[in-house]
Design a protein around this ligand. Structure first.
Ligand code: CP
Length: 335
């Protein structure tokens, strides 16, 4: 039984297999390949794209998706091991994992970090504990990484650029009113490096560098794939010659859990928003974002409405790649 917790656990060839299957499923979306199968979708945080694409994808393959929102329509869950459960949670992840494994063929989880202590959150313990106690595959629907988004991003890059090797991938930090999760940024590094892209990480200040576990993993993967990874605070250097511009906002890890201090640090950097002037510095790059996106905060209307903006293609590809993933983990292509 293999779970899908991180693309780091998969080879480039294995990921490419999923991406190829996704293209086949886009051409022939409806089948009975997973008839009688069930996936549980546990959401500890809100979602539009992830929930819809998993539910629709399961339906199109003849499977059924059960959506659970612990603490709302389902009992609150305790994730810490060996604790006296005298708080709000009514049941432990050990029993949740065991019960859902008896009913379902896979369990998917969205569990954002808690934004209190990065040394704790960086261990990604919630999904790892679920995977430890489940007896069916576990799918990461976003924790401190977002591997499903990675698949959609790479499918979209290949759809538009063909082979991604040594194409310049700019990951640019953007301003946002709140310090956000680093998950999509971490994931962008992981997938672009696995596929041999030349990555430039553009940040306004060294404090916005990403966690060393992802920087190191991306550097190692780039070394293996023939790609590269550089970090800059220079906007012109970042955009110059880029083939792909990927934008995301995230909080400064040294100020994790201290949002007021982070707000003060990032206040001078609203000009990191992606706009037409910056896109004009690129090599006719495509622009994409995982969505949701605040217009005229992260990217201008001009960018979002341009032909080079492929954010909706990436959102659509969430559906195709996750169907490929469910087929791989819950069944096979026959049927
Ligand atoms: N990109 C993404 O995961 O969107 P949702 O948060 O709406 O699921």
């Amino acid at each position: 039984m293999k779970s899908f917790l991180s693309t780091v656990d998969y080879t480039r060839a294995e990921i490419q297999g999923l991406l190829d299957t996704a293209s086949e499923l886009k051409a022939a979306p409806v089948s009975r390949a997973l008839a009688g199968r069930t996936v549980a979708l546990l959401f500890l945080n809100p979602s539009l794209r992830t929930r819809t694409s998993f539910e629709v994808g399961a339906f199109q393959l003849g499977a059924h998706a059960v959506v659970l929102e612990p603490g709302k329509g389902a009992w609150g869950i305790e994730f810490e091991q060996s604790v006296v459960m005298d708080g709000d949670a009514e049941e432990h992840i050990i029993e949740v994992a065991g019960v859902l494994s008896r009913y379902c063929d896979a369990i998917a989880l969205r569990a954002f970090p808690l934004f209190a202590d990065w040394q704790v959150d960086r261990q990604d313990r919630v999904i790892r504990t679920l995977a430890e106690h489940a007896t069916v595959p576990v799918i990461n629907m976003e924790t401190i990484i977002h591997p499903c988004q990675e698949l959609a991003l790479m499918r979209t890059i290949q759809d538009h650029l063909g082979r991604p090797d040594n194409r310049k991938f700019l990951l640019t930090w953007t301003w946002h009113p709140r310090p956000l999760n680093t998950a999509v940024a971490n994931s962008a590094l992981l997938i672009a490096s696995k596929f041999g892209m030349d990555i430039t990480l553009l940040v306004p200040d060294e404090a916005y560098r990403l966690d060393s576990q992802f920087m190191d993993a991306a550097a190692a993967q780039a070394c293996e794939s023939g790609g590269s990874l550089e970090v800059t605070t220079d906007i012109e250097q970042g955009y110059s010659g880029a083939d792909w511009v990927y934008a995301k906002s995230w909080g400064a890890l040294p100020l994790y859990g201290r949002p007021a201090e982070d707000a003060e640090l990032r206040a001078p950097f609203r000009h990191f928003m992606v706009d037409g002037e910056k896109m004009a510095m690129t090599a006719n790059a495509r622009f994409s974002h995982c969505l949701p996106l605040r217009r005229n905060i992260k990217a201008s209307d001009e960018v979002m409405d341009a032909d080079y903006c492929v954010a909706l293609d990436e959102a659509e590809n969430r559906l195709h790649v996750q169907k490929a993933l469910m087929l791989s983990l819950m069944g096979n292509k026959a049927g």
